[in-house]
Design a protein around this ligand. Structure first.
Ligand code: ADP
Length: 259
């Protein structure tokens, strides 16, 4: 197995927020503790985090997350800085600084900006700072409408030449059918994204998440050709990340082909 040293961890809205739409502080704190500990072990961690809208919902005291793009964009702006300050507070408690990176897909498609972003990431990693990445929702409808950061996390994994992309979701991994239906089973290892696999990802995501498995499969297709493995695991137990870096079987592993 390839050494899992540089790891991009993506955490979804469904993991970071309660049904009320507000942020799940307990989960977030557990996640930060484990990520800081992985840094202590000498690993390099880059976090891609959703949740800004959830924090915005909490700040304004709304009773639920709005579905209108315009309102979501405003709430993302209202929540982003607070989300970062929560991360900063927790990471600081465990001895680490963070750096905020707001990206759009289109920024990364421009060569010059791609190089700038890459340099900023590399420098933060050298400083042993944890980059925390989110889509720049205010100027981009992409994530809010389609992606829920799955695609973005794949772009980031490619940009920093990660060893592994871990997508933490509200489900144990990728199932061979609708996970709500009896008889559906978790697939521990996927060597190839076949048409059958694609059909399994047919269902939409949860109410709070957005992309479901389709955007996660797309993320896999983006990183696997570059020699980056991808794992989908349940974000309800961030301690599983220890097992993941040790190479134990957790969730669903998508095996890269380039090695
Ligand atoms: P997140 O915010 O973590 O990205 P999503 O709601 O977007 O969460 O995606 C996870 C959801 O995808 C699961 O809760 C499940 O309902 C749905 N899903 C659809 N097809 C599958 C499948 N084949 N295996 C697992 N989950 C699936």
């Amino acid at each position: 197995m390839k050494e899992r040293r540089r790891i991009v961890v993506k955490v979804g809205t469904s993991t970071l927020t309660y049904d009320t739409g507000k942020i799940n502080l307990k989960r977030l704190e557990q996640l930060v503790r484990v990520l800081a500990d992985l840094m202590n072990m000498g690993l390099e961690v880059i976090l891609v985090s959703s949740g800004a809208i959830g924090v915005g919902v909490g700040k304004l005291g709304l009773t639920e997350k709005p579905s209108d793009t315009r309102q979501k964009q405003a709430l993302a702006a209202i929540g982003q800085a607070s989300l970062m300050s929560i991360y900063e507070k927790y990471f600081k408690e465990y001895g680490y600084n963070t750096g905020q990176v707001l990206l759009t897909k289109f920024v990364l498609e421009d060569e010059q900006r791609y190089v700038s972003a890459k340099n900023a990431f590399e420098t933060m990693i050298e400083y042993r700072v944890i980059p925390i990445v989110n889509e720049n929702d205010v100027i981009s409808t992409y994530e809010i409408e389609f992606g829920d950061n799955d695609t973005l996390s794949a772009y980031v994994a490619n940009l920093v030449d990660a060893d592994l992309l871990v997508i933490l979701s509200d489900i144990d991994g990728f199932y061979d059918g609708n996970p709500n239906e009896k008889g559906s089973k978790l697939i521990p290892v996927i060597e190839e994204i076949t048409e059958d696999i694609r059909r399994c990802a047919g269902g939409v995501g949860t109410r709070r998440g957005t992309g479901g498995m389709q955007t996660k499969l797309h993320a896999a297709e983006l990183v696997l050709p570059n020699g980056i493995d991808m794992i989908i695991a349940n974000g309800d137990a961030p301690d599983k990340l220890y097992e993941i870096v040790e190479g134990k079987s957790v969730g669903t592993l998508f095996v890269s082909k380039a090695i």
